[in-house]
Design a protein around this ligand. Structure first.
Ligand code: SF4
Length: 120
């Protein structure tokens, strides 16, 4: 059976646009310039069970994949003290939370901070 993919409605598009603007304005600290690494990340995300193609989002971290894949350092709005939160959150190395970008050690570092189960 072929599934028909529903397009984003007006409200969903507006939310996505707002999220993109917030990410570009607040959360992205340093962009990644290595095109090979960007292509690798996109390939991994687009074949990942956590990828929401309709929204172009990771269902684990909630990031917009087209932006996340080109980001080296970002702010996490869910972590940090007052001084960091008003800047957008704690700085972190942009990573795949499932370690699928060949970055399991980094993913586990942040998973341990967040109290999540570590990856094998
Ligand atoms: S960031 Fe990681 S978990 Fe999320 S969609 Fe990409 S590969 Fe999957």
């Amino acid at each position: 059976m072929e599934l028909i993919e529903r397009k984003l409605n007006f409200l969903e598009r507006a939310k996505k646009l707002t999220k993109e603007k917030l990410a570009k304005g607040f959360l992205i600290e340093e962009e990644l310039t290595d095109q090979k690494e960007i292509d690798f990340r996109l390939e991994k995300c687009r074949s990942c069970i956590w990828y929401d193609k309709r929204k172009d989002e990771c269902k684990d971290c909630g990031c917009i994949v087209s932006l996340k894949s080109t980001t080296k350092v970002s702010r996490n709005p869910n972590r940090g003290g007052f001084k960091e939160i008003i800047k957008g959150g704690e700085l972190e190395q942009t990573h795949c939370p499932q370690g699928r970008w060949n970055d399991k050690d980094i993913a586990n570092f942040y998973r341990s901070i967040e109290g999540r189960v570590l990856l094998d």
